[in-house]
Design a protein around this ligand. Structure first.
Ligand code: CTP
Ligand code: MG
Length: 231
């Protein structure tokens, strides 16, 4: 059940307020992006690894890959202005278009390997799948009419990786580009084509490091892991 992985690292990390791209911030003994890359690097099913990086940070990324070498060779691709543009750049660089393609945020370093396998099996079966977890907060919707409470039992928080057959996700991106539609994830572009997307239940550990608070959570997760408290 081999797959291609596109890892997105071309953002600016503005909400992290670190003054530089959060991908390069150290958590534990390695920069954030290295934690993420190593999960895929160590997965036998990952056949091709593509990193989408900011043009201005390409040499910084190359240095990092020398300092923290991976087992497999990686392909560096320049990203775009929005996340969706970066994904498209990654898709264009894929060599083997027969394999499902995983699209993953570089800012999610703790995705468990067994979930990658579950997702891959589902992607082969269903052509489109994502990791998501049941929403734990009660979600309110505010509009001109006032406040509503959404039915939590139907709500899922989308994560990455999201996995698709290559042709399907390429078509979804092409159509979105033509109509200048920007979605907040890749599955939403497939949903626009009225195609089903399967949910694989993710892990609450698979957080996206977005704000400074998330760095503290990540440090805590790593030190618990080192002390054997977390699997
Ligand atoms: N990303 C990307 N290209 C962009 C924007 C985002 O590759 N033009 C990547 C980020 O590097 C990140 C992932 O998409 O790994 C998820 O995006 P997000 O968490 O929003 O990261 P940033 O855009 O970097 O952060 P912010 O929105 O706070 O600036
Ligand atoms: Mg962003």
């Amino acid at each position: 059940k081999k797959y291609t992985a596109i890892i997105l690292a071309a953002g600016q990390g503005k909400r992290m307020l670190a003054g530089r791209n959060k991908q390069f911030l150290k958590i534990g003994d390695q920069p954030l992006i290295c934690h993420t890359l190593s999960v895929f690097d160590q997965d036998e099913w990952c056949e091709e690894l593509i990193i989408v990086t900011n043009e201005r940070e390409r040499s910084q990324m190359e240095e990092l890959l020398k300092k923290y070498p991976l087992r497999q060779s990686v392909h560096l691709v320049d990203g775009g202005a929005e996340r969706q543009d970066s994904v498209f750049a990654g898709l264009e660089a894929v060599r083997n278009r027969e394999l499902p393609v995983f699209i993953h945020d570089g800012a999610r370093p703790f995705v468990p390997q067994e979930l990658l396998h579950e997702l891959s099996v589902t992607a082969y079966e269903k052509k489109a799948a994502l990791l998501a977890v049941p929403v734990t907060d009660t979600i309110k919707q505010k509009s001109d009419h006032g406040l509503d409470t959404l039915d939590r039992s139907t709500l899922w928080a989308a994560q990455t990786p999201q996995a698709f057959s290559y042709d399907l996700i390429y078509e979804a991106h092409e159509r979105a580009r033509k109509s200048r539609y920007y979605g907040t994830d890749d599955a939403s572009l497939v949903e626009r084509l009225d195609k089903d997307v399967a949910i694989v239940k993710g892990s609450y550990d698979n957080i996206k490091l977005t704000t400074p608070e998330d760095l503290h959570k990540a440090q805590a997760y790593l030190s618990n892991q080192r002390n054997g408290k977390v699997e």
